[in-house]
Design a protein around this ligand. Structure first.
Ligand code: ZN
Ligand code: ZN
Length: 348
């Protein structure tokens, strides 16, 4: 099969022929029809994750089951499927309790094994992790769910428990941030989007953001407190930096809920978070790490009915060759919206 491969950390990815994967016991091989290009793929390429080389990236995917390993109960060749980026083992207490997103024995395509920037990808514990894609949901829309959209959904519903009429401040309007804006609006919240990039803010407005703030060095929390008469009920840091995390937390009203979605790099060994405000105002600081397959049906129903439209976040579809060029550029030139890859040969 053809795949995007890199042989060393930071080396130029190239498209070449590699052996197709075989279905593991309990798992499947999926023919990839759509796979998202994500900043997490860049983090692995840049050496921030522990990966084996040579490596094939890609963890946000949808496609058709091409072969089935021994012991799979619920899935057959030809099924339209997607998968969360965290694949739980299906056997531990967290998986059995419906929280495969924090499974200690989790697998992640594109990290723990070869991913989906390829014609085929192996997926583990199919009965725990596969999600059926209805016929009226496109593969592009389904692939958009695997990482960023499902993470945004769970951050707002499973973690922050957003209620209609509440203010939600979203810091960062890239793929996960715009997903958060769209979902918060669908949940009946009032939304403020914050970003450095005016194009990203325009995209947030198009998705229904009630207000946008340019992070141009001005006092973002003060502006949020002004707009919301005392602070936001919920804040989401969709970027993951000391500044964006602090802006999100300091934008909250007393007893507000913060969800950290962007990976927060350490400063001198630990991330710096404004804990004095967290304590004094009794803020909840919540982590969010994707979403288990078992939680997909509610979200998928809203997509099938057209109330949520993740496909509108897809800005462009490219082939494997262009994906290989774009991957190393993701840090400097994070494009607006999502870039989707179609690895099938006809797609070029
Ligand atoms: Zn598990
Ligand atoms: Zn991702």
């Amino acid at each position: 099969m053809r795949a995007v491969v890199y042989d060393e950390i930071g080396a130029s990815p190239e498209v070449r022929d590699v052996p197709s994967p075989e279905a593991p016991a309990g798992g499947v091989v999926v023919e990839v029809h759509a796979t998202g290009l994500c900043r997490s793929d860049w983090h692995a390429w840049a050496g921030h994750d522990d990966i084996a080389l040579p490596h094939v990236p890609g963890h946000e995917l949808a496609g058709i089951v091409a072969s089935v390993g021994v012991g799979v109960r619920d899935w057959s060749v030809g099924d339209r499927v997607t998968v969360p980026f965290v694949e739980g083992c299906g056997r531990c207490e967290w998986c059995l309790g419906g929280d495969a997103q924090v499974c200690p024995a989790q697998e992640q395509p594109g990290f723990t094994h070869w991913g989906s920037f390829a014609e085929y990808v192996a997926l583990h514990a199919a009965d725990t992790n596969l999600v059926a894609v209805p016929d009226d949901v496109s593969f592009e829309a389904a692939a958009a769910l695997g990482c960023r959209f499902a993470t945004a959904w769970r951050a707002l519903t499973g973690r922050a428990a957003v209620r209609p009429g509440e203010w939600v401040t979203v810091v960062g309007a890239g793929g996960v941030g715009l997903s958060t804006v769209m979902i918060a609006k669908a949940l009946g919240a009032k939304v403020i989007a914050v970003d450095r990039n005016r194009g990203a803010l325009a995209a947030a407005e198009a998705l229904g953001a009630d207000a946008v703030l340019e992070a141009d060095g001005s006092d973002v929390p003060a502006a949020v407190h002004e707009l919301t008469s005392g602070g936001s009920h919920v804040a989401v840091d969709a970027v993951g930096s000391e500044a964006t995390c602090a802006d999100a937390i300091l934008s909250l009203r007393r007893r507000g809920r913060h969800v950290q979605v962007g990976l927060l790099p350490p400063v001198d060994g630990h991330p710096r978070v404004p804990m004095a405000r967290v304590i004094g105002w009794e803020l909840d600081v919540l982590g969010s790490h994707g979403m288990a397959a078992v939680d997909y049906p509610g979200m998928m129903a809203l997509i099938a009915s057209g109330q949520l439209r993740p496909q509108t976040l897809v800005e462009r579809v490219v082939g494997l060759e262009e994906a290989a060029v774009l991957l190393p550029l993701l840090e400097q030139a994070a494009p607006a919206g999502m870039t989707m890859i179609d690895p099938r040969p006809a797609a070029g």
